[in-house]
Design a protein around this ligand. Sequence first.
Ligand code: PLP
Length: 373
Amino acid sequence: MIYLDNAATTRVCPEAVSAAAEAMESGFGNPSSGYAAGREAAAALKTHRATLAAALGCAPEELCFTSCGTEGDNWAIRAAVEHGKRRGRHLITTAIEHAAVLEPMRDLARQGWEVTYLKPDRTGHVPVEELKAALRPDTVLVSMMLVNNELGTLQPVAEAAAAVKAFDRDILFHTDAVQAFLKVPFTPAGLGVDLLTISGHKVRAPKGIGAQYIRKGLKLRPMLYGGGQESGLRPGTEPTAQIAAFAAACSAWSGAWPEQIRRVKEYALEALSAVPGLVVVSPGDAPHICAVSLPGYPSEMLVRALSDRGICVSSGSACHRGKPSHVFAALGLPKGVLTGVLRISFSPENTFADADALRDALLQITRERVART
Ligand code: PLP
């Protein structure tokens, strides 16, 4: 199988598998237990939190483990709203966020909050000027993603956060960095954000683990109430195996990989220019994601035809139940381009040969179509 859908999820790396197995076998104690097995689990948890904090570039105390990116995004938005509800009822986000941000925003809109959706330009970047124009005295939260999951575009989060804080320091800024973590260089403090969400399964850790950065000094309402774990913010017995695996995946991640991944992506885009009619919708600023389109070939059909040839790419969020995604729709693409979109996303495991195989398969699919007509 040639797996080119790494923005959807990644293969779990061997280091993460071993770390999870060890945590489940010899390290199975409950970190809250007072005897040796519990104390060992608590010490391991502390080490893993420090590893993840170092990878993200924050203090260990600023990290709270969650179950996934969706949970982190939802929590950040709900907690920010709770935090600011006495100041106003206006929220700002972008039209190209993941559903994990858009759906809680829609829910809040149903409850009477006013939500402004910033539109991207034709290249998939949200202009900071749009944000500045949308800020109001009653704005309580801005949520802008760092890397878009369908286009790979990098959003101007640092500039946006600076503009928001210059307007009013009390407006909270959240960024969904699920697709950015370990792929593009950033730190939460460097971006100037209050809240930041990441997820393990995009970086070769298992599904079911994520983390939330909460800026030091920001007092948030807990997501849950219970036994006091995660500083009382998200109690529940810690998923020690997933946490161990997340930390192991971060330690195993090489700083050289983003450039390596970028070279494979650029090679792939070059190779795909041999496919008649193929257009590049977004080359992606992030190293691992790009979007192309074959007008006249519906995405779902292309995904199936490539799958028959052992290649996995996504129409994924690109085309949901026959409807083009909100992200591609927001770019104002012509209909033919919109319906033939494919997202191709890379990991350190991908090679130039994978890109050649994708080009050859698409060439074959287009030739077969010509032969039939
Ligand atoms: N945000 C973005 C940008 C994503 O790409 C995803 C997953 O595709 C999520 C949030 C949701 O993350 P999770 O699958 O961990 O819930």
